[in-house]
Design a protein around this ligand. Structure first.
Ligand code: HEC
Ligand code: HEC
Length: 467
């Protein structure tokens, strides 16, 4: 019940937010080491239809047959999204899709990565920060192959509906493993899939057409409620042109052909319109208003040039900050330079051509993101390497090896440092340890809070709770 109230509150808040206008122009001359990211034209859409497509859509049209899934998973899970029909009782990260040949399959959705539990509630739009991508998922599909063959045989509609998911996961599974639980391999999933799709007709290629590197650069999953302010997508501002077209590339996992691709793309403007209505969750605990007011003053001196202003006169400057100036782990940004074949593939394919084209234009640097709802999105930085805001604003204090309990409950939330409680380790002891010495996992840079006194830092952290 609480979940339902929360969701309708989100929807209402979302509708109201459409009326709020953000100043998308630079607040002033971009500071040294930063570049203004220009906006591009976007298709409009119907948010309500977009939400329905998010819950029940078929942009991934292949997966484990429902019968096999139910046999393996037993009883249904609690209802988090209030869905009806086959999807009721299926975990919120998945949907049940009925394919053209009548088979029902359990397929991943955007919410595999773009929803997360927070203090007992599923928050749609909060990035997944608990999934474990350290294993090679192709092993699970080899087991599933046997189960589906045994249950239906290879000449069945179920096998036809299942096969594309199995084929794709077995091809890319070994290449998309992270070194630690929590961060996401989405950039690498895209890269690996582009190696297996023809850029002319988007058909599946069993042999990869270019080398897929073995290392995976980890990323956090950005909160969807920030989208309405952004002129460019992804941590390095790579995604330009039509955002709906960019998002439709999620179909690359299992789409049969370019006709299916175009069908997915027709729904995406609605989904993007819904995403633009999402508001961040409010900080649920008491805030020291006096301290926060002091923090606001410091923020509006030290931080606003990159991160914008909040409240009545909200503005967001949409700046890309050079690698040198940001100082954070450069590997994610650099990968696009060392491996131009992925974005070249995209820009040459149907996705990157014609009306409403998406474009992947790599930059060297990272976007200074809006900080709305920042209390809810720990761990921090593009690679999720810093567990709390207090650590982010005091770089010498950041833990080199750290571990947290992956239950996003109040008991594990640190209200003083703002983020997840963690223990400091002396080495990597397992997949739950975040090891910041690994390539791509570094926690350096963003030293903009280092010069603050302890009292000033406390004030800024208190202010950040109000955003
Ligand atoms: C496997 C996990 C995964 C799935 C599934 C997924 N995403 Fe994402 N998404 C990510 C990650 C990770 C990023 C950030 C990547 C980066 O910036 O390098 C992202 C970024 C985005 C962004 C840009 C956000 C920003 O602030 O720049 C949009 C929009 C988006 N996804 C929409 C979607 C939609 C719509 C779907 C479903 C059709 C979807 N995603 C499915 C993981 C996923
Ligand atoms: C020169 C521009 C710049 C200044 C000044 C700046 N930041 Fe940032 N900030 C960035 C960039 C760029 C990132 C993203 C870096 C990355 O993810 O690698 C970032 C990331 C962050 C994040 C993490 C966002 C997330 O979702 O993980 C927080 C929080 C933050 N900054 C707060 C602050 C505060 C508070 C100040 C002032 C004390 C400040 N920043 C000053 C550029 C800046």
């Amino acid at each position: 019940m609480q979940g339902k109230i929360f969701r309708s509150a989100l929807l209402i808040a979302g509708a109201v937010s459409l009326l709020a206008a953000y100043s998308l122009q630079p607040v002033q001359e971009p500071p040294e080491g930063t570049t203004y990211l220009e906006p591009s034209a976007q298709r409009s859409g119907d948010p309500a239809a977009g939400y329905q497509y998010l819950l029940y859509g078929d942009f991934v049209s292949s997966g484990i047959p429902l019968k096999v899934y139910k046999r393996a998973s037993g009883a249904g899970s609690p209802d988090d999204l209030g869905r009806t029909g086959d999807a009721a009782g299926i975990p919120f990260r998945f949907n049940v899709v009925t394919t053209a040949n009548g088979a029902k399959v359990v397929a991943p959705t955007c919410l595999t990565c773009h929803a997360e539990r927070l203090h007992g509630q599923v928050v749609v739009g909060l990035g997944n920060n608990t999934y474990d991508y350290t294993n090679d998922a192709s092993a699970n599909f080899r087991t599933a192959d046997m189960a589906v063959r045994f249950a239906f045989g290879e000449n069945s509609p179920e096998w036809a509906a299942y096969f594309p998911a199995s084929r794709a996961t077995k091809a890319i599974g070994p290449y998309i493993r992270t070194q630690t639980r929590g961060p996401n391999p989405a950039d690498k999933i895209f890269a690996a899939l582009s190696a297996h799709r023809s850029s002319t007709d988007l058909n599946w290629l069993q042999a990869p057409q270019f080398d897929i590197p073995t290392e995976t650069v980890p990323t956090d999953v950005p909160a969807w409620w920030l989208m309405k302010k952004k002129n460019a997508l992804y941590y390095n501002g790579l995604g330009r042109g039509d955002f709906a077209r960019l998002a439709s590339a999620s179909g690359m996992l299992t789409m049969a052909d370019s006709a299916e691709t175009r069908k997915i793309d027709e729904h995406m403007p609605d989904l993007m319109a819904w995403i633009r209505t999402i508001e961040p969750p409010k900080y649920p605990y008491p805030i020291d208003q006096e301290l926060a007011a002091a923090g606001k003053k410091i923020f509006e001196k030290t931080c606003y040039k990159c991160h914008g202003t909040y409240g009545d006169s909200a503005s967001y400057p949409n700046l890309l900050v050079s690698l040198e100036k940001a100082g954070t782990d450069p590997l994610l940004s650099q990968t696009y330079k060392t491996h131009p074949e992925y974005h070249t593939w995209y820009n040459n394919s149907w996705y990157g051509q014609g009306p409403n084209k998406g474009q992947l234009l790599p930059n060297e640097g990272y976007v200074a993101p809006p900080l709305d709802g920042i209390w809810a999105t720990a761990p921090y930085l593009h690679n999720a390497s810093v567990p709390t805001l207090e650590d982010l604003l005091n770089s010498p204090q950041r833990p080199i090896y750290w571990k947290r309990i992956f239950e996003n409950t109040e008991a594990h939330y640190d209200k003083d440092k703002v983020g997840w409680k963690y223990t400091i380790e002396t080495s990597k002891t397992g997949v739950d340890t975040y090891d910041t010495t690994l390539p791509g996992y570094g926690n350096g840079g963003h030293r903009f809070g280092d010069r603050l006194t302890a009292e000033e830092r406390r004030a800024v952290v208190e202010y950040l709770k109000t955003l």
